[in-house]
Design a protein around this ligand. Structure first.
Ligand code: ZN
Length: 343
């Protein structure tokens, strides 16, 4: 499972350009689905089984990144963010720009500490003052490298294992959800009804892909598979974020947008209890995931989400525990097998 996650993490897949991860998911699911298609806007939809209930699993395939905004005459590249970045961590990172001639390495440069004024050292550099240096001598040189306005920029995909079966990387949000979805489809043998595994586009930029796919599929229930904020680190009060890594999958109860459907809540609680998988509850003011918006699709689709707590989310050094990923797979397999009793 870790190997699959590594493969997915190392495939760049910024919002708006999810092909790499979509192709990987399609390849993994091919032997385990009766039908796989890509819809008009780029969501991947794999189906297994027939009849009722119709269960839609969804995991967003995109990750946050940057986009080329302006190239100045000296060849420095200004950029805009795609998705929710903490601007303070962008500085001094290596990035890859995906132009027409393949990826180009660049660095987000910064003024050396030696020549900074005392008050400059206290302030964080604003996004509007940041630039990427690809080693070009002028704007023509940037053009020659195949880079133009609107090109996507991502961080270096990196994946490592740390102590106690924990993993770190850029884009664990949401390659973890993709991994859970793939493993569930592989493990599912006997169940009643139809399962749709949907890899969605542009979740990070406003839950864009899931709406059309949920409308088209018209499922009886939606189960979102994603990561969420872990609060078990210095500087976070327990009441700010209660989820901890390694302590079980997280059931979304409330986020910025939605409150879980009561039937879905009972289904998840009963099922987790029946197979003795510990679950954590998420009650948050911020954040939203694909399943937050599907209750507003068509005449309303009962929705919920099974999430994996992840530390330092939306940074290049996200940390999660593989034990949670494995438990999420077990839980979702059982949820699909018991769905006919609830929907
Ligand atoms: Zn996510």
């Amino acid at each position: 499972m870790e190997k699959l996650l590594k493969k997915l993490v190392e495939a760049p897949s910024i919002s708006g350009s999810e092909k790499n991860v979509r192709d990987l998911i399609a390849k993994e699911l091919k032997p385990h689905a009766s039908e796989i298609k890509v819809d008009r806007i780029g969501n991947l939809i794999a189906r297994k089984g027939r009849g009722k209930p119709r269960i839609m699993l969804c995991a967003h395939m995109d990750e946050i990144g940057l986009m080329v905004k302006h190239i100045d005459e000296k060849g420095f590249i200004r950029f805009d963010t795609v998705g929710g970045w903490d601007q303070r961590i962008l500085l001094a990172q290596k990035m890859k720009i995906y132009g027409s001639k393949g990826p180009v390495v660049g660095v987000i440069g910064s003024k050396p500490v030696h020549i900074q004024e005392a008050d400059e050292q206290k302030r964080s550099v604003k996004l509007k003052d940041m630039f990427i240096d690809i080693g070009a001598k002028d704007s023509k040189d940037v053009e020659k490298a195949g880079i133009k306005q609107g090109d996507f920029i991502t961080n270096y995909g990196s994946f490592n294992t740390t102590k106690r079966g924990r993993v770190t990387g850029y884009g664990l949000d949401n390659r973890i959800g993709c991994t859970v979805m793939i493993e569930v489809m592989k493990a599912l043998k006997s169940f009643k009804g139809t399962v749709y595994a949907v890899g969605t586009i542009q979740e990070e930029t406003g839950l864009i892909g899931v709406r059309g796919s949920a409308f088209g599929i018209d499922p009886d229930v939606v189960l979102g598979l994603d990561t969420t904020i872990a609060g078990d680190m210095p500087g976070v009060k327990p009441e700010e974020a209660t989820s901890r890594i390694g302590e079980g999958p997280v059931m979304l109860v409330k986020d910025r947008v939605m409150i879980v459907n009561p039937r879905v809540k009972k289904w998840i609680e009963d099922t987790a209890k029946s197979i003795k998988i510990p679950i954590q509850y998420e009650v948050l003011d911020g954040g939203a995931t694909d399943a937050s918006i599907t209750p507003t699709v068509r005449d309303g689709i009962p929705s919920g989400a099974v999430l994996v707590a992840t530390r330092y989310i939306h940074t290049p050094v996200e940390v999660a525990d593989m034990k949670d990923v494995k438990n999420a797979v077990k839980l979702v397999v059982k949820l699909v097998q018991t769905a006919n009793k609830y929907f």
